[in-house]
Design a protein around this ligand. Sequence first.
Ligand code: HEC
Ligand code: HEC
Length: 446
Amino acid sequence: MKQLKYPLMVVLLAVGALLLYSEQKQHNANALAQQGKNIFRFDTFGDQDFWGGTLQLHKAIEGAAHGGVGPGVSPVTALSVGLKVDQDALPQALVKQIQAGKVNLNDPATTLALLKLNAVVGLTGFFNSDGSLKTIGIQCALCHSTVDNAFAPGIGHRLDGWANRDLNVGAIIGLAPNLQPVADVLGVDVPTVQKVISSWGPGKFDAELFMDGQGFRPDGKTAAVLIPPAFGLAGVNLHTFTGWGSVPYWNAFVANLEMHGKGTFFDPRLDDASRFPVAAKNHFGHVTNADDQITSKLGPLQFYQLSLPAPAPPKNSFNHEAAARGKALFNGSAQCSTCHVPPLMTEPGWNMHTASDVCIDDFQASRAPDDRYRTTPLNGLWTHTKGGFYHDGRFPTLLAVVDHYNSCKNLGLSAGDESDIVEYLKSLPEQDRDADHDRDHDGDRD
Ligand code: HEC
Ligand code: HEC
């Protein structure tokens, strides 16, 4: 008996340790996701020293009446440039006052009150002890979150990962009283900066501008690209329209080089002065900061992004029979699945193509190290129909995209086939595939 007891205890101990370990893993996963969510929504990485400190953007927001400059930014103005208000950050009393029409939405003071409540999605105000605005910083959520308009247009519950296609980034940056530092980096004058950023329009931004200094395409149109969603990316290898790197690569790139947070960033590819003159001159491939507020956050930030599923489309937003026919075409004669491999909807592996593979010009591809376009993962297309499709929105509708492939690849699709494929695209991500996964229709809103 004694001999038996000992091994039994070892087994029990081992089982116990395993259970504890798996519980720890679950706990770790939850904690990482929660940390990542807070970073995605609220972390400025110290970038307020740039947006407020250097560009003085907060002065334009508060306006002359509150110690800043100009008319200030009222909530009405803020909503008109696509900024969103998080309804869940508003105290019930304020919600009632707004409903009763007792809040002046044309007064910049109201914007300051909303900033104090941390209710403006993607913007954080830092306040002096006397209540005046000291500086302002931006977050990932500025461009990669929107709201569901549950309260009013532009005011609702947060939808993390959704592309904000209303957001006019150029108009917002253009408000900044001091654009000279941006002009200096680009080696141009301030009116040129204004001309470039005001050409972006809603839903677009140009991260590559600060690498190569190209504000416009050869045809004279803006070189900016659409803001993509930041959900549905788990399993996807390369990211951005031109495949700059992985999710943590790009997160580090953006936080350091675009948001101007304080961190560390390495990419010697940016030392190539013939391709990336601005980046090479400013040593963007070799960023160091004694006070690194980014690197420790890359893990949780990536984890959170990968945990965001592409949201399912509303049930009656597409024709189910047509979508089923479209699916067969997509995986069959239309050859879409040779690149958009279900259920990932991009290639597992190296998901990159030359411009001629998809019958378009190579302007944007040539602005990135690999000279290629990344196969866009198609899940959740229904959330970002505004602004068009392909990196620059050149195709106004999904039908225009399918029609493009039809002629590009000589697919011989009939008009009916094309519209069936469109219904399939509207239905993504497919629902029956893993019904046991509880898909969140509205993104992450707690
Ligand atoms: C000013 C708007 C803006 C902000 C702020 C911003 N992004 Fe982006 N993001 C973009 C744009 C535009 C692209 C497309 C870039 C390209 O292809 O040139 C992009 C691309 C991405 C992608 C690639 C998506 C894909 O389809 O592969 C990820 C991931 C991403 N951003 C995450 C983040 C994170 C995390 C932050 C905060 C650290 C952030 N972004 C901040 C505008 C923004
Ligand atoms: C050779 C590989 C390849 C094939 C085949 C292909 N695609 Fe694509 N697809 C891409 C690439 C690369 C992009 C990104 C283009 C860009 O952004 O400029 C893309 C983008 C798209 C987009 C735009 C997504 C967005 O968010 O803007 C849609 C929609 C799409 N493809 C649908 C299809 C359909 C439908 C088919 C079949 C008729 C198909 N694709 C065939 C590679 C491919």
